[in-house]
Design a protein around this ligand. Sequence first.
Ligand SMILES: [Ca+2]
Ligand SMILES: [Ca+2]
Length: 94
Amino acid sequence: MKEKAPYGIIQSLIYSMLGVIALCAVVLTASAVSNASLPGAKAFPALDRNLDGFLDRREAADSPSLMAVFGEVDTNKDGRLSADEYARAFPATP
Ligand SMILES: [Ca+2]
Ligand SMILES: [Ca+2]
């Protein structure tokens, strides 16, 4: 009896490898996102360069991830982020 090419085994190997790769990608993306998109309330004083207690768009531009959500974080739409707005959007991690 001739040995059959084990396509089924190869296929399942490929699928499980793809699964592992996909899982790694998801984990890496998730950790990258959580690092980048949550500057944390501690970063507020660092970003508030002119120390007026607000982050304007120029100051927020230092953090691209913050810039991306600036409009959402600016809940009262005055064009700047108060410490309260910032803390609500990015609760400090304990
Ligand atoms: Ca400021
Ligand atoms: Ca505001």
